[in-house]
Design a protein around this ligand. Structure first.
Ligand code: NAD
Ligand code: ZN
Length: 347
């Protein structure tokens, strides 16, 4: 099947399909000044990274391969010092390109490097987790951590995102499930048909459908609001509580978002009267995702949520639903927060 192409309104072309990464050299925007390409890859994806490097080499580029630290360790500023020096030593110039190969931690970190090296050079992402393909690689946010998550970063959309569904189809089940959590979130935020597909198919949901629909939903929202002044906040459904659980319990991002959505469903029931928790929990369980954060202390979660508030927001804010595909950003009172946490066994 021919690759599917989406040209976004924020400067990114997205190409998705089976084995598309072998054609990456021909997908790069045409620019005479590009000589070198640096491939920044996670240590777990040496296979795809080697294929990307080989394809770029065959396309006539000088290829510099740089290994990133794995997972969140790649998003430490200290780890990036080494990466910046490698690029400089290799003579990478303003006209050249950085290609990130890996999950969301790699696209966030390499995207930040591309946004800042020589004050910004071209970035290309090859997301290798479903979560990165439907979420982290889409929308132009790059970030590194500073104690707290994502405290330093830039909005700098990549020129190109290459989503290889052959790579995604080979993901270990747990990593795949984490991506389904974000894709399902996209469905609840704005694509009732995607939610229906998940409810019908559970883990047998076709990957190309998930990628196409979840990416299109996020692109549509980001095109309306690149810098999150308004509707982009809807994508934070499940993330207010989810981020706190992620930090307190050390849960993976996708699993924390699954749990956070259950809390958001309980908050929805209280704020708008819309009930979606039973359906949500059923789908999450079938996908192998957690729905409770037993053992996590409410006090710690609330303290982290309050910390977010101090960074300039008025009151605790959460995204709730008035219906499937009808999100609303609301200020919630303490009683609602406590009830939402009780729903996930956090007391
Ligand atoms: N910028 C954004 O808008 C945005 C949105 C959502 C999430 N994020 C960020 O994305 C990150 C989470 O993404 P993630 O879940 O992809 O995390 P990750 O990049 O840490 O990947 C998870 C693990 O999977 C491994 N991995 C990657 N591809 C693989 C493959 N094909 N086969 C086997 N293992 C593979 C990685 O090496 C890592 O150990 C977080 O840092 C989060 O903050 C960013
Ligand atoms: Zn997320």
């Amino acid at each position: 099947m021919a690759p599917r192409v989406i040209d976004t309104g924020h400067g990114t072309r997205i190409v998705a399909g089976w084995s598309v990464l072998d054609g990456i050299a021909g997908l790069l925007p045409v620019r005479d000044e590009r000589r070198g390409v640096a491939v920044l890859a996670q240590p777990t994806v040496t296979g795809p990274a080697a294929r990307v490097a080989a394809a770029l080499h065959a396309g006539g580029y000088v290829v510099v391969e740089v290994e990133l630290a794995d997972g969140e360790a790649a998003k430490e500023l200290a780890a990036l010092d080494v990466v910046f020096r490698r690029l400089n030593d290799a003579g990478l110039t303003r006209g050249d390109t950085i290609v990130a190969v890996g999950g969301g931690a790699a696209t966030d970190a390499a995207g930040f490097v591309a946004a800042t090296y020589l004050r910004g050079i071209e970035a290309v992402y090859v997301p290798t987790t479903l979560l990165a393909a439907v979420d982290a690689a889409i929308g132009g946010k790059t970030a590194v951590n500073l104690g707290g998550k994502n405290l330093v970063g830039a909005v700098a959309p990549p020129a190109l995102v290459v989503i290889d569904e052959e790579v995604l189809a080979a993901l270990p089940p747990r990593l795949l499930a984490q991506g389904h959590a974000e894709a399902l979130k996209a469905g609840y935020v704005g694509d009732p048909e995607l939610v229906a597909v998940y409810a019908r198919s559970g883990p047998a949901v076709p990957l190309d459908v998930v990628v196409a629909r979840a990416v299109a939903l996020k692109v549509g929202i980001v095109d309306r609001d690149l810098r999150e002044h308004g509707v982009r906040a809807w994508l934070n459904l499940g993330h207010t509580v989810g981020h706190a659980v992620e930090i307190v319990a050390g849960t993976s991002h996708g699993e924390a978002v699954a749990i956070g959505m259950v809390a958001a469903a309980e908050a929805s029931r209280l704020v708008t009267g819309f009930e979606w928790r039973d359906q949500l929990e059923d789908v999450l369980r079938r996908l192998g995702l957690p729905v409770r954060a037993a053992g996590v202390k409410a006090g710690e979660v609330v303290a982290l949520m309050a910390l977010d508030k101090k960074r300039g927001r008025s009151g605790l804010r959460m995204v709730v639903l008035e219906g499937v595909g009808r999100p609303r950003l609301v200020t919630v009172d303490d009683a609602t927060v406590r009830a939402a946490l009780a729903a996930i066994d956090v007391w």
